[in-house]
Write a protein that binds this ligand. Structure first.
Ligand code: PA5
Length: 467
């Protein structure tokens, strides 16, 4: 397993490598108390309250078998699989799909897709997009997975209502086409699922949306796609044990969290996630939700007001070298760049010969695209390091289920540790709930009359500020 372990190189965060903006031993000593607190709080709370996600790789044997069986039935029966969900109920499935399936999955034949159906994740309520879906797929060939932890999110419930109605109007039985994934004990979807008889998977208590990829939220879509979900869970377990059983200096997630915590304290308020692989493009999106929603808070654990967090930014190597890197290299010292490198890409493309008369192009010939993307990553790392900008690199030996499971668990652990160092609750999202409640009020949900009045009073607009 050691050879498949992901690695972290944080040389370029250190003063003796990048100069004055880098960190010193003194910086680590200054936060040692917060680091110790984060570790002991984590150890004390793991597996309890909203830290149920720390046990997913130990406690799902029966549900994993059910997921695999259900996925086989879906694969045998349907040509399309559509996830209806938003936020944590969508970003995990999207990013795992992108990482482990053919990059043009829906355009290649089912044989090339290894028997998997076409895959769609509908994570918005833009009517044009819903129309596009309904005019693209055939309902009778489609399985819909409605995913919502709370069972009441307006976007997902709206999508559900539209799809159920469309199925009925097409003379189809929704029971044959809908699988729900939701909380067993709360929300409306579970009540609807029971009343309408949908096959249902449960989101365990203590697993918040953005920490839910390794429960049925992510595992069912992944299994339908033919992804080895046991290997993903093995990767998560491997990383989890490698971190929580290590001393602080050898705990990769803790080290990554500590580096960001020091950076935040020094005013580096932006975390750029920059993978050099199209397969990891949406892992950057998933990370942005995890990091942003978990750490952006306005009160400390004891309720004292604050405004903390670090703004996550997604980018893609090499594409964003031609868009963002100018800013990262020469702009303000307010960012930490996390490169993700892949040692061995799953495919090799050789750049052909045939341009001998143009030496300034010909130098590329005979190399591989693998060499080119790696050289560009190293060159960009060199450029930002030379400019004294904080950066570090996570190395994946290869992108597969096992390494992806490790990466996701490492980011989840890092987020929890950093939240505890910041002394905030990384598992709630009152700012998101506020917006959800305001939507309910605007659309007249019973019980939200007071909120509707509050909104009406608070939405005064002046003509003079409109053009
Ligand atoms: O991380 C979270 O908890 C949120 O981003 C949720 O995932 C998102 O709001 C969707 O919620 P739900 O799964 O309850 O529909």
């Amino acid at each position: 397993m050691e050879k498949n372990k992901i690695k972290l190189d944080y040389n370029n965060m250190m003063a003796d490598v990048i100069g004055e903006k880098g960190f010193t031993d003194e910086d680590f000593k200054a936060v040692a108390d917060r680091v110790d607190f984060a570790v002991s709080y984590f150890n004390q709370k793991q597996g309890t309250g909203f830290m149920g996600w720390t046990k997913l790789h130990y406690e799902q044997d029966a549900v994993v078998e059910d997921i695999i069986k259900t996925a086989e039935q879906v694969r045998a029966k349907f040509k399309n699989f559509v996830v209806l969900g938003i936020g944590g109920s969508a970003l995990g499935p999207i990013s795992v799909f992108q990482a482990l399936c053919h990059l043009h999955h829906n355009e290649v034949t089912q044989t090339r897709r290894k028997g998997a159906p076409k895959f769609y994740v509908e994570d918005n309520v833009d009517p044009e997009r819903m129309n596009a879906l309904l005019t693209t797929i055939k309902l009778k060939e489609t399985c819909f997975n409605v995913i919502t932890k709370s069972g009441s999110t307006s976007e997902t419930m709206t999508q559900y209502l539209v799809i159920k109605d469309a199925l009925e109007k097409a003379g189809l039985n929704p029971q044959d086409h809908i699988i729900t994934t939701t909380s067993a004990n709360s929300g409306n979807l579970i009540k609807i699922a029971k009343a309408d008889g949908y096959k249902t998977f449960y989101i365990p208590d203590g697993v918040g949306g953005r920490f839910s990829e390794l429960c049925p939220v992510g595992l069912l879509p992944a299994a339908v796609l033919g992804i080895d979900i046991k290997a993903m869970l093995d990767g998560a377990k491997y990383m989890y044990e490698a971190c929580v059983n290590a001393d602080n200096a050898n705990n990769m997630a803790l080290t990554a969290a500590t580096l960001q915590y020091i950076a935040i304290n020094k005013g580096h308020n932006i975390s750029v996630m920059l993978p050099y692989a199209d397969g990891l493009k949406y892992i950057a999106d998933w990370y942005c939700q995890l990091w942003g929603e978990s750490l952006g808070k306005n009160q400390y654990m004891d309720g004292t007001p604050c405004n903390v967090g670090q703004t996550p930014v997604k980018a893609l190597g090499v594409t964003d070298q031609h868009s963002q890197i100018q800013l990262y290299t020469e702009g303000p010292f307010d960012k930490v760049i996390t490169f993700i490198a892949v040692d061995k890409y799953r495919k090799k493309v050789t750049i052909p010969q045939g341009c001998e008369e143009f030496p300034n192009v010909n130098f590329l010939c005979g190399h591989t695209m693998n060499e080119l993307i790696t050289a560009e990553r190293k060159a960009t790392e060199y450029a930002v390091t030379k400019a004294g900008k904080l950066n570090h690199t996570i190395y994946l030996p290869v992108l597969n289920e096992f390494t992806l499971g490790q990466l996701m668990m490492m980011f989840e652990l890092k987020t929890a540790y950093c939240g505890f160092m910041l002394n905030i609750d990384p598992f709630n999202q009152p700012g998101v709930e506020e917006g959800k409640n305001a939507t309910y009020a605007l659309l007249g949900r019973p019980g939200y009359e007071e909120k509707a009045k509050e909104l009406k009073a608070g939405t005064k607009k002046f003509k003079k500020y409109m053009m």
